[in-house]
Design a protein around this ligand. Sequence first.
Ligand code: PHE
Length: 338
Amino acid sequence: KEYIGEAQAFSTQNTAELETFRIKFLGSKGLLKELFAEFKNVPNDQKKEFGQVINLLKTSAEEKVKSIQEALESKEESKEESKGFYGDLTRSPEPVIIGSRHPISLVKNQIIDIFSTIGFNVSEGPEIEDDWHNFTALNLPEYHPARDMQDTFFIQTNPDILLRTHTSSVQVRYMENNKPPIRTISPGRVFRNEAVSSRSHCIFHQVEGLYIDKDVSFADLKQTLLYFTKEMFGKSKIRLRPSYFPFTEPSAEIDIYWGLKTETDYRITKGTGWLEIGGCGMVDPNVLKNCNISPEEYTGFAFGMGIERIAMLLYQIGDIRMFYENDVRFLEQFKSSI
Ligand code: PHE
C-alpha cells in the first residue's frame, strides 16, 4: 500500500529518472514481479485483498509511466518547433534563383539603344486610347474602310474608347505636345482582336519611329532602316514593298532577308527567307495638319515594327505564343542575355 502512494506521487522531468522508476516497479526484476511471486505464499483468506492491492499498484505505476512519457514527448516536439523558427543555422543555404529579363524586353532595350545612338528619344502613351489618337488624327476618319485593317477591341462606344491597335497613337500625342524637329521612338504593347496562332497573337509589341524636320525624304527613311537592321541583325538586306497605310504616303512594308539556315527559319519565314517586320512611309500631310504641324514647312517619315517578330528571328523562337506563357523553362534560357 505504501508503494501505491509512492507510485502515485512520483513525478519527474527527466527520461532517465522515469526509466529508473519503470524498472523499479514494472521491470522484469521489479517490485510487481516480486509481489506477484509472493502471491502464492499469502494465506487464502488474504489472497483477495492482496490481489486487489497489487493490481492497483500495477495500474498506478503503468499509468504514471504513460502520462509522464507523453508529457516529455510533447515537450520535445515543441522544442523542435521553436528550433524551426530560426531554422537550422548550421545548414547550407538554399541557392537563390535569379530571374532573367524577358526576351521582349531584351530586344526592346536593344532597339532603344540602336536608335538613341542616332538621336531618337523614347516616348510612351496609354494602352487605353480614344478614337482620335488611335484613328481619326491618323487620317482614319469615322467609317474609313481602312479601320477594318486593324481589328479593334472596344472598351466603350460613342465616344469610342479602345485598346490601342498600334503605337502610332503615341506619335500623335508626341506631335501634339512637341515642336519639330522630332525624332522619337515609341515602344509598347498593342492589342488586336485576331485569332491566336503560332504566328500572330491578340497582344503584341511594336516600336514605332517618327522623324519630322525640314526636308526629310524617303532616302532618309531607307538609310535609317538599313542602319537599324545592320545594327540589330548584323546584316542589312531589306526590301521595301509598296503598300498602303492611311497615315503615310507613300507607304511600304519592311521585309528583312534572314536566310534559311535552320528549321525555325523555314517556319518563321514560311520557307522564303524573308520576313515582314513592319510598315513605314512618309507622314501624310493630313496627319501633320491634325497635329498642328505645317506640312508646307515640314516633312517626316514614320515606321512601325513588331518586336516579337524580331525576337523570333534573333532567338529562333518558332511560336509567338511562347512569349506569353511564362514557362520558366523558356524564360530561363535568356539568363545569359541580361
Ligand atoms: N501603324 C502601322 C501598323 O501597326 C505600322 C506603321 C507605322 C506603318 C508607321 C507606317 C508608318 O500596322
